[in-house]
Design a protein around this ligand. Structure first.
Ligand code: X8Z
Ligand code: ZN
Length: 619
């Protein structure tokens, strides 16, 4: 299930048991010719069943993710099995009504039911359904409880280890994010990847089962099913993401070239040769997916960053709770209702010392109304300040579309859900920070370049990673990559798209994709690539509406209720209309459009071109 958001519709859609629904059906239901009235009645029953079954599933998943134990895993697997059974039955029955001439909203709901599951089980195969649920629960728990325990005396990480001599992901990430010692970095990088080795066989078996489920529903494989969820034919969607990548690639390539040159100055030709991809352990992030932590190494010469948000939060002694309240304050400033009391009572903000939790940040709606919460292990730094906005954005969206019918309580394109809070966080400008008292003196205009570079290290560096994760999964699902080729195929894509390489020869049993949350968690990833396009489109539309005339990266919509109102109108649409219609309602265009992110970073692109003019870029 998604790390990011769970709503009842998604719960059911990600898994769901139609035994109650099936009980109402006459035994010969399949044999009679389906009518429009049958379809309407089916949708009504499906929505009632989904609503009834999903709340318990959501609460089970919440407890499991907050207390990972043998028993909560067991309960979670049972719940997932039940929900998948329901989801398969609903998808199968929905297929019967597809070719009828249905009212538009019924046709849309039928399609959502058909496409709802992330990993379908084979039809009517109780054993395979149970096995699938057990595997997915185990994979998620393996990731959530994974630790690296250095053995032998030559570990460079002893100083960071806990009392039991082991390091959790949080601790290993702290090393990758702050150390500039290549030995430490390499050990932390390799150490975390040891947790994924045992996942590989289970992952391969999971793919086998779910592919059979996808075929039963009429899809060639799971990847085709995933690509069919975007209101356009699956092949057109694949072409569209390639088009978007082609548009942003020159900006990415310029950034990669500059960063590689500076890391070469720091680490030398042996470690960072100028004609090779960058070794993945030197980029300040466990997955080399965003590079903000190496800002100081790559910053424009002679110019300090306009501000260091981590330092400001620490100077002002912000607590984790202060960070959450500040993010909430942004949303209320544009007119959204305050978060309910229960959000503060029931969310998890701090990493518990005494138990295993899934620390990867997520946002939940437990009752599809107002029981919204986030779950994350907050650190007081700029990265988590951004992530809190991201998560609350999910909650605000969930609450907005709660006005819709159950099957429409979702986004029309999973990239939207990921873009809401990120778009809001684009308004964290120096002026905004001054308004809320975090920053005393506004930096001069020439500091903009540093700010933009800092932002690009997160947003632009992310793009090829956002793209390649599901390019890999699509190849795995289609059989283009066999289990023996899983790891090699992963690194082929990492090199091709990101210009990033493994820092060492990978062991034969390595399963490096498994060390990224969304692979064992089975959360589709193309949503994040899309979100990095959409959030800039949303921001450009919001700033136009606000009458902003300056450069896009200096625009903040803080306090602008007109923008909030129009934004909310799109959020309230939920999945009731195509994503193209929802996008047009807010931005006036129905196409995913990279010109907004390019406009945002235009001054940086000019600067990067200048920096790179005598460098041999590429890898
Ligand atoms: O998983 C997340 C969010 C929850 S939906 C924290 N993100 C991706 C990641 O961490 O890999 C946000 C950015 C990309
Ligand atoms: Zn998210």
């Amino acid at each position: 299930m998604g790390p990011s958001k769970r709503t009842i519709a998604q719960h059911f859609l990600l898994g769901a048991s139609l035994f109650a629904l099936a009980a109402c059906e006459p035994a010969n239901e399949q044999s009679k010719t389906p009518t429009v009235d049958d379809a309407i009645a089916f949708v009504e029953r499906a929505e009632a069943t989904v609503t009834r079954e999903s709340e318990a599933a959501a609460r089970t998943a919440w407890v499991n993710a907050n207390f990972i134990t043998f028993d909560t895993n067991w309960l979670s697997a049972k719940s997932s099995e039940k929900m998948t059974t329901l989801g398969v039955e609903l998808a199968q029955e929905a297929s019967l009504y597809r070719d009828l001439d249905l009212p538009a909203d019924i046709a849309r709901k039928i399609e959502l039911l058909r496409l709802g599951l992330t990993l379908p089980a084979p039809q009517g195969d109780a054993e395979a359904t149970a096995e699938l649920a057990e595997i997915t629960t185990n994979l998620e728990a393996s990731y959530g409880t994974g630790t690296y325990c250095p053995e032998g005396g030559d570990s460079t990480l002893a100083a960071y280890a806990r009392k039991d001599g082991c390091l959790s992901l949080t601790e290993l990430e702290a090393v990758i994010g702050s150390s500039q010692d290549p030995d430490e970095l390499l050990e932390a990088w390799e150490g975390w990847r040891t947790i994924a080795v045992p996942m590989k066989d289970q992952y391969a078996r999971m793919v086998e089962i779910a592919n059979e489920g996808a075929r039963d529903l009429g899809f060639a494989d799971i990847g085709t099913m995933w690509r069919s969820k975007y209101d356009m034919p699956a092949d057109d969607f694949a072409k569209d993401v390639d088009r978007l990548w082609g548009e942003v690639k020159p900006l990415y390539d310029g950034l990669q070239c500059h960063v590689r040159a500076r890391l070469n100055e720091k680490y030398g030709d042996d470690l960072v040769p100028l004609d090779q991809p960058i070794p993945a352990h030197l980029l300040g992030n466990m997955w080399a997916q965003s590079w903000g932590n190496v800002y100081d190494l790559v910053a424009p010469e002679g110019s300090a960053p306009a501000f260091d948000l981590t330092a400001l939060l620490k100077e002002k002694a912000y607590s984790e709770l202060d960070m959450v309240k500040t993010a909430e304050g942004f949303f209320t400033s544009v007119g959204f209702d305050p978060l309910p009391e229960t959000f503060y009572e029931r969310s998890l903000f701090l990493k518990p010392e005494d138990r295993n939790v899934v620390c990867h940040a997520s946002a939940w709606n437990l009752n599809d109304k107002d029981d919204i919460r986030i779950k994350m292990c907050i650190k007081v730094d700029a990265e988590d300040f951004q992530t809190i906005h991201h998560e609350i954005g999910h909650n605000i969206y969930q609450r907005a579309y709660a006005v819709q019918d159950p099957l429409f309580r979702n986004d029309p394109n999973d990239g939207f859900h990921e873009a809401i809070g990120d778009m809001i966080a684009l308004s964290i400008t120096p002026e905004y920070l001054q308004q809320i008292g975090l920053l005393e003196t506004l930096p001069p205009a020439e500091a903009d370049l540093g700010l933009l570079l800092r932002q690009a290290l997160d947003k632009v560096a992310f793009l090829p990673f956002g793209l390649m994760v599901d390019k890999w999964r699509w190849q795995v699902f289609s059989g283009e990559l066999t289990p023996e080729q899983y790891n090699e195929g992963w690194w082929t894509l990492r090199e091709a798209y990101q210009g990033v390489r493994a820092p060492d020869e990978r062991p034969g049993d390595a399963f490096d994709p498994g060390a990224k949350f969304h692979i064992p968690g089975n959360t589709p990833y193309m949503r994040y690539f899309l979100s990095h396009i959409f959030q800039f489109q949303f921001q450009r539309a919001a700033c136009e509406l606000a009458g902003w005339e300056g450069p896009l990266h200096r625009c903040s919509i803080y306090g602008n209720k007109d923008v909030g109102e129009k934004f909310n109108a799109m959020l309230e649409m939920g999945a009731s209309k195509s994503w193209q219609e929802a996008l047009a309602a807010f931005t006036g265009t129905s196409k995913a459009d990279a010109t907004a992110i390019l406009a945002y970073f235009a001054p940086l692109k000019t600067w990067l071109d200048e920096q790179n003019k005598d460098r041999a870029c590429g890898w």
